[in-house]
Write a protein that binds this ligand. Structure first.
Ligand code: PMV
Length: 326
């Protein structure tokens, strides 16, 4: 029986994918830019089985955290595998096992890393069964992954990934080996899924002009990074996540992921920035937690922020050095 085990990282967008073209297989209404989170990974083991339907089970391995997928989540994963099987013309049946190397109860989404890992595992397996000329083309695999979960297409490239239309591609930017911190202010499951958020934001009056605003920031942020302008980069990244959260708050019906905890963390970040006139890039996803990215030379601040937020919140912190978790 053939078996492959593959892992893929999560990513955090600095320019957000929010809003998709209806019925397009997750094509975005604007380009997005992300930093790959090498330390937050999903592991997928794919095993060929004798006939019957494809199945999903949690991947049980000592070093991994067991995940429970809802029936809907399992079906979405299995559907993605079916789509990949169709592309490769593979008829066999498979058992998918998946797990994360980070706790699933901390409100960190794993759809990007999960779908990227499943796409890569399937590509490795199917290239053995029915090799295709495009089967190892990362851009094409990114396009396939996008059809399962939009943001997952960026997880195939590191450290920076730019996604504009069909697939993501690597982007060469100045800053590398960033220190990453997540201040966990809320660890329960979010009430509005990102799939629902993508639909709801189009009802906001602020959605008009949103693709243009995001595209403009994408250009400005790339330039700021190219010119090593961290201060400007921080301002653009801040404006961008606030813009996305305003869309949520002005949708019909309106919704919000910001909690008092998030607001407190953002306020502290602002105060610490004002005090030191330097600090991390700050961003939030469709959730309450706050992500911080520090330059590699900001190790001391990284430790100071960790000590600061540890007093009130759970903090996940990863040093920006090449790790051996792959
Ligand atoms: O890939 P999805 O459908 O889970 O969308 C994720 C969207 C955000 O995480 C909110 C932003 C982004 O660009 O990753």
């Amino acid at each position: 029986m053939k078996q492959v085990t593959v892992s893929a990282p999560s990513n955090i967008a600095l320019i957000k994918y929010m809003g998709k073209i209806e019925g397009s297989g997750n094509k975005p209404t604007n380009g997005s830019l992300s930093y790959t989170l090498e330390n937050l990974r999903t592991f997928v083991r794919l095993t060929e089985i004798e006939g019957g339907a494809d199945q999903w089970k949690p991947f049980v391995r000592e070093d991994l955290q067991k995940i429970e997928l809802s029936e809907k989540g399992q079906q979405r994963f299995i559907r993605h595998l079916q789509n990949l099987k169709d592309k490769w013309g593979v008829k066999k049946s498979f058992l998918i096992e998946s797990a994360n190397n980070f706790p699933s109860d901390c409100g960190l989404a794993s759809s990007a890393s999960s779908f990227a890992a499943l796409t890569l595992a399937a590509a490795e397996m199917f290239q053995q069964i029915n090799p295709q000329p495009w089967g190892a083309d990362k851009k094409y695999l990114s396009e396939l992954s996008r059809q399962g979960s939009g943001s997952s297409c960026r997880s195939l490239f590191t450290p920076w990934a730019l996604w504009q239309h069909e697939y993501a591609e690597p982007m060469g930017l100045e800053f590398k080996d960033l220190h990453h911190m997540v201040v966990i202010v809320e660890d329960s499951k979010k009430e509005v899924s990102s799939s629902e958020a993508h639909k709801l934001v189009t009802t906001s009056p602020r959605f008009e002009g949103r693709p243009e605003r995001a595209e403009m920031r994408l250009k400005d942020l790339s330039n700021a990074m190219r010119f090593n302008d961290w201060h400007l980069a921080r301002q653009i990244v801040w404006d961008e996540f606030i813009d996305m959260h305003r869309l949520f708050e002005t949708s019909t019906p309106s919704f919000s992921y910001m909690t008092d905890g998030s607001k407190k963390v953002l306020e502290d970040c602002q105060n610490l920035w004002n005090k030191w006139q330097d600090g991390p890039l700050v961003t939030m996803d469709a959730g309450a937690n706050v992500h911080l990215l520090f330059r590699n030379d900001q190790k001391k601040q990284f430790e100071q922020y960790r000590e600061h937020f540890k007093k009130d919140f759970k903090v996940l912190a990863f040093e920006g050095v090449k790790d051996n978790v792959h």
